[in-house]
Design a protein around this ligand. Sequence first.
Ligand code: PGA
Length: 266
Amino acid sequence: MSAPARALELAGASVLVFEDAASACRHAADRIAGVIRDAVGLRGKAVLGLATGGTPIPIYDRLVALYQAGELSFADVSTYNLDEYYPIHPSDPNSYRAYMHRHLFGRVDIAPNRAHVLDGTVPDSFADAHAAEFDRWIAADGGLDLQLLGIGRNGHIGFNEPTNLPLETALNLPTRLVDLHPVTVADAAKDFGGESRVVPRALTVGVAPILAARSILILALGAGKAEAVTRALTGPMTPSLPASLLQSAPGRVTWMLDAAAARGLG
Ligand code: PGA
């Protein structure tokens, strides 16, 4: 496995910088495979929080390759995805349920009742109840061994968007229904065929359950993420840049970056 070009400690996090995106993703997949093997060895099961978007696709491809080579099994793995558009049907190709089926669930030996994605079809009046139930499922499963994250250009994690809430309130945000931020809508426009067609709301795992994970692995690739990465790692902890809230979990967060995303780190 290609070693990181640089390893830094910043804001209580371990920051690994790789020469390119492919090396970062290979390293991330191997870290996830290691967490699965360790947790299954110790407790008989592994519990993962998973992410969608462009960034994790090569990570899922490598996890599938390890499965196909007989080096990794998902038979004792439970997964909880970070977010889902709302409302959306699972068969909609833009749903994150469909994404996860395409990139991972449909290609490995995970049990259907262990691969959890927030449900974009629940009635409006029960969306908050469903979100709260998702947090209870994670807790009942023993909590997350690892939470995989991407970062938005606006610094969001999951669909926890920038907010003016007081810090304590932001750190305690539960899983819930949210409105998407304009930057998030702009970035999703290519998938939906135009900004006006982007589903404007989503269910997202909250800041509190993300921070409760036993380990957090956050990937950022490309120059478009450099500003958010720099602010999250060198700026103050602020709800206006949700990824900076990871500073409240010192010793449990690893950032994996390519050189372009790391260019503001000096
Ligand atoms: P991306 O999204 O992987 O498609 O860049 C990351 C995010 O918005 O969290």
